[in-house]
Design a protein around this ligand. Structure first.
Ligand SMILES: N[C@@H](CCC(=O)N[C@@H](CS)C(=O)NCC(=O)O)C(=O)O
Length: 215
């Protein structure tokens, strides 16, 4: 059975790997599962065929035989449960790694998304300049805490896990803002994630689709 995921026909980030199909590609590469990609336009995403797979009309989706999933946390968790390599076998360590998956998506990603929205979609609003520092400080509050917890460790809890995969993916979205570079250990943590062969393959695959064509 072939695994098929969906991705933007043309990602708004022009191949920086920030669209969420990259984290699913990364998980698939980590667990050694081949996959195919169905590219969708913004129009396709809101059409009934795609809405049947994803009720919110977004990417990525995941199909494997009769199973179809949406939400990157759920897809990465499914892959980590089904294949070795992304979650520890020892029950307590496994539960802690899953906790980091939730922390990445529920606690760290929301203020980062707020910053992305403020920088990109609200930049032309008259109140944008006044609000931006507040939004940045909310991100910093989370990064301060994450940075203290990580300390000098390579990964959040022992060996690399799906928790790290999602946390690195979430932190990567901060790079254009410059905030990540304020935290030496978090910048190094993200760089360690990006250096993993599975991430390199995932990044290259999405880049091949989204890189700006030479004019
Ligand atoms: N919580 C969802 C978010 C999915 C999401 O926001 N996808 C974006 C691309 S990264 C999208 O499809 N945006 C287009 C839209 O919402 O219309 C997940 O983690 O899968």
């Amino acid at each position: 059975m072939t695994i098929t995921i969906t991705a933007f026909e043309r990602s708004p980030d022009g191949g920086k790997g920030l669209a969420r199909d990259t984290r699913v590609r990364w998980a698939l590469e980590e667990v050694g599962q081949p996959y195919e990609v169905r590219l969708v336009s913004f129009e396709d995403m809101k059409a009934p065929g795609h809405l049947a797979l994803h009720p919110f009309g977004q990417i990525p989706t995941y199909e494997d035989g009769s199973l179809s999933l949406f939400e990157t946390g759920s897809i990465v968790f499914h892959l980590a449960e089904k294949h070795a390599g992304l979650l520890p076998g020892v029950p307590d360590a496994r539960a802690r790694a899953i906790t980091w998956m939730f922390a990445a998506l529920n606690t760290v990603e929301p203020p980062i998304l707020e910053l992305v929205t403020a920088r990109i979609f609200e930049a032309d609003k008259p109140w944008s300049e006044e609000r931006l520092p507040l939004v940045k400080d909310r991100v910093r509050a989370r990064l301060d805490q994450l940075s203290s917890r990580l300390g000098d460790a390579d990964w959040l809890d022992g060996a690399f896990s799906a928790g790290d995969l999602l946390m690195v993916s979430v932190l990567l979205r901060l790079r254009p803002s410059g905030l990540l570079d304020e935290y030496r250990n978090l910048a190094a943590y993200v760089a360690r994630g990006e250096a993993r062969p599975a991430y390199i393959r995932a990044f290259a695959a999405q880049f091949a689709i989204n890189a700006p064509s030479p004019s």
